[in-house]
Design a protein. Structure first.
Length: 311
């Protein structure tokens, strides 16, 4: 099996990029990620208000901030969901009835199992977190591997998460608010002229909401510069993702919302029994625009990735 890093390898071919190291500076509560001395993102693992790990202040290689500023600046940014939408995050509105999306329960960072290090032109680090309910013992352990690598017109974050029960088992529930989420910069939102494009060819929040796709891209201009974020779910996940996309700048890849998105007769719980694991892999491509749009820019690479991933 190949990871989402393979997609980046395809995108890197023929790019002519000079090798530049990604650097992670470790602070008490976060990692500061840079490349070539330029800030790219912050991985925050110790926030008393946002009680789960997340990425904030995400920038393109050209220096444009593509996620909403965190915290949002009143008068310059929409301030809704200020602590629920910090940038890029993985969370779930229902795990055993506990709400890890709205901070009613915590995904508590425990430790780094692999310190940040460059290998094969990519920065990798790994962590362990515990899913802590409002009361009682931890439900599960979340082991994450993060990889930063360069592409022809941007950089790729791959998030590989494995969930292991710490008791007799647990379940993922059925809601819109489940999976990997992104909140784009205000200027990128559809309400400000940005556009959402799906791997299926659909465009806009209205057409792409609740639809299954390999990826969705949120693109536009910030301060006159083209940029965007493309969110993709691995074809090796247990199920394809529905996309919870909104015109105000939200994009979520969600494999759990069967009833939420299809109006199925019953909620689609996803159990993880004792002795089992569940793995979710996502990629986030932060880019400086595509000449002909992401459909023509990524179809070949994504198709190659899906073929390799099934070997």
């Amino acid at each position: 099996m190949r990871t989402l890093l393979l997609l980046c390898t395809v995108l890197l071919s023929h790019s002519g990029l000079a090798a530049e190291d990604f650097v992670a500076e470790k602070k008490d509560d976060r990692l500061i990620i840079t490349r070539g001395g330029k800030p790219l993102a912050q991985y925050v693992f110790g926030d008393p208000q946002i009680i789960r790990p997340y990425f904030a202040q995400v920038r393109s290689l050209s220096g444009v901030q593509v996620t909403r500023r965190h915290p949002p600046v009143e008068g310059a940014d929409p301030v809704d969901h200020a602590i629920m939408h910090p940038g890029i995050w993985l969370a779930f509105g229902d795990v055993n009835g506990q709400d890890f999306w709205r901070h009613k329960a915590a995904i508590r960072h425990e430790k780094f199992t692999q310190e940040p290090a460059m290998k094969n032109d990519a920065l990798t680090f790994a962590t362990v977190s515990k899913l802590m309910p409002a009361e009682g013992a931890a439900l599960a352990e979340m082991s994450s591997v993060f990889t930063f690598s360069a592409s022809t017109n941007g950089w790729l974050l791959a998030w590989d998460a494995t969930f292991t029960p710490l008791g007799d088992g647990f379940y993922f529930g059925d809601q819109e608010e489940m999976g990997l989420g992104v909140r784009v910069a205000a200027a990128l939102s559809e309400t400000k002229g940005g556009i959402i494009t799906s791997s299926t060819g659909k465009k806009g929040a209205k057409e792409t909401w609740g639809q299954i796709a390999d990826w969705c891209d949120y693109s536009g201009e910030v301060d006159g510069k083209k940029c965007g974020i493309l969110l993709m779910a691995s074809p090796d996940n247990f199920r394809q993702s529905w996309f919870h996309n909104r015109d105000y700048g939200l994009m979520v890849a969600n494999p759990f919302g069967k009833k939420a998105f299809t109006k199925a007769s019953a909620p689609g719980r996803v159990p993880v029994e004792k002795g089992e694991t569940l793995r979710l892999r996502y990629g986030v491509l932060v880019h400086d625009g595509f000449e002909s749009g992401p459909v023509t820019g990524l179809d070949e690479a994504w198709g190659h990735y899906k073929a390799e991933d099934k070997k």
